[in-house]
Design a protein around this ligand. Structure first.
Ligand SMILES: *Cc1c(COP(=O)(O)O)cnc(C)c1O
Length: 427
């Protein structure tokens, strides 16, 4: 399988090169040259297959010959060592819980898959690759955990001091081994700027790569969620609608890819917070990115979603075709909190703010009687503990994964300028 750049000014590359490059040299996102639907009888009998078999079937064409079958199977098996249950919320609404991985956010799957691919490609290379990543919270934890102990790869995470939650900080700073956390005296944008500067700096003596959702190895495995959800529902429900809390639109774009592979999905709803660039675009056809605004669903505070271009490519930039299967709505923090309260009062189910935005998306879309709506619950409520506890007046039980790191010792290196980052990287 070859990948082209969506800026169309860079050579086509294989899966391996696309994973290692992250972004194409012309700064475009990579996109697969072709998408071949899976056999109809596979989809019709999906209940007969294990999650690992389904994931292999979905992924194989995108990897091509770059990873042999057995190695890809091993990578998938190691990636998917937890569950993806749908919990019924209302008669025709369910919550697809994507937070049962090690860092309790859905980014675990993409991070674990990408880590193992990169480790595979770099296994015989004497020079290690360094994954350099800036985080405002969730990404760093998932990347750190996903790459922990992967041979041939070092991970350096920059995070803004005092700007991530206690739990998130522990997830970044207590792992050790090949993971180093740099505590930056500044805000997230400062971390991001330092990372960008490092990528362009020819004096950096390490091979650097990034691990955000522009990387195809983090983006594509998110398709699995939609297959696993379908497997749990297809015998009971037709006309399935997915509502995806969206920030950079990588997750929902992977869902649309699953539909391209033949999964019968009736409609997608991209639910956002007040960062409403895409909802506005769906309303008036004008794409007008804006600076991001802070909200309580902060993993979606994105003003210029990087993966939306991939969604448009999937529809050949045909606005009407996109509109037929894709809607997008935006919600305020007030609406989000009210939704959290409504769900809790009705069925005693605690959603995190992101999941609540997804739920609102289904309500606004208006499910018909013969449709079943699934919203993606992208993080465990414990990851947004203060907001959840203050909104619902409950005490959230801290799960084992989180409890065990809370007692570990934080280790970080303080960094206050780009020069200090550079010295660290060239040490
Ligand atoms: C990253 C994230 C999102 C947004 O996902 P995108 O793929 O960027 O649209 C939603 N919820 C949570 C909890 C996240 O961490």
């Amino acid at each position: 399988m070859n990948y082209y750049s969506l800026n169309h000014k860079a050579p086509k590359v294989s899966f391996k090169e696309a994973v290692i490059n992250g972004l194409a040299p012309d700064r475009g996102l990579y996109f697969p040259e072709s998408v071949t639907p899976l056999p109809q009888d596979f989809i019709e009998n999906i209940g007969d297959f294990s999650n690992e078999e389904i994931a292999f079937e979905a992924m194989q064409q995108f990897v091509g010959n770059d990873i042999p079958k057995e190695d890809l199977q091993t990578i998938i098996k190691e990636t998917l060592s937890f569950d993806f249950p749908i919990v019924p919320i209302e008669q025709n609404i369910g919550s697809l819980e994507l937070f049962h991985g090690p860092t309790m956010a859905f980014k675990d799957v993409g991070a674990r898959f990408m880590a193992r691919c990169l480790g595979y490609f770099n296994q015989n290379n004497p020079q290690k690759v360094t994954v350099l990543v800036a985080t405002s919270g969730d990404t760093g934890g998932a990347v750190a955990n996903g790459f922990l102990g992967v041979k041939g790869v070092d991970v350096v995470i920059l995070y803004p001091r005092g700007k991530v939650s206690d739990i998130q900080e522990k997830q970044l700073t207590t792992l050790g081994q090949n993971i180093t956390a740099l505590e930056v005296d500044g805000v997230f944008d400062d971390c991001q700027d330092m990372v960008k500067t490092a990528f362009l700096d020819r004096d950096i003596q390490r091979t650097l790569t990034s691990a955000n959702s522009i990387n195809i190895a983090r983006w594509l495995p998110q398709m699995f969620y939609y297959f696993f959800a379908y497997k749990q529902m297809y015998k009971k429900h037709k006309n399935i609608v997915f509502s995806v809390p969206s920030g950079n639109f990588g997750n929902i774009c992977a869902g649309i890819m699953a539909q391209k592979l033949g999964l019968p999905i009736q409609h997608f709803v991209a639910a956002t917070n007040v960062n409403d660039t895409v909802p506005n675009f769906m309303g008036n056809g004008v794409y007008n990115p804006k600076p991001s605004q802070p909200t309580i669903s902060n993993a979606m505070d994105v003003g210029n979603p990087s993966n939306f271009i991939r969604i448009q490519e999937l529809f050949n930039h045909d606005f009407e075709a996109l509109k037929n299967v894709f809607s997008s709505y935006s919600f305020t923090d007030k609406e989000t909190k009210e939704a959290m309260q409504t769900i809790y009062q009705k069925v005693n189910y605690i959603t995190d703010p992101h999941g609540a935005v997804g739920y609102l998306g289904l309500k606004k879309f208006g499910l018909s009687n013969d449709s079943y709506g699934v919203f993606l619950e992208t993080a465990h409520p414990v990851k947004f503990l203060d907001i959840v506890e203050n909104t619902l007046h409950v005490t959230v039980t801290i799960p084992e994964q989180i409890q065990s790191i809370m007692n570990k010792e934080k280790k970080s290196i303080k960094v206050s300028s780009y020069q200090e980052l550079k010295e660290f990287l060239n040490k």
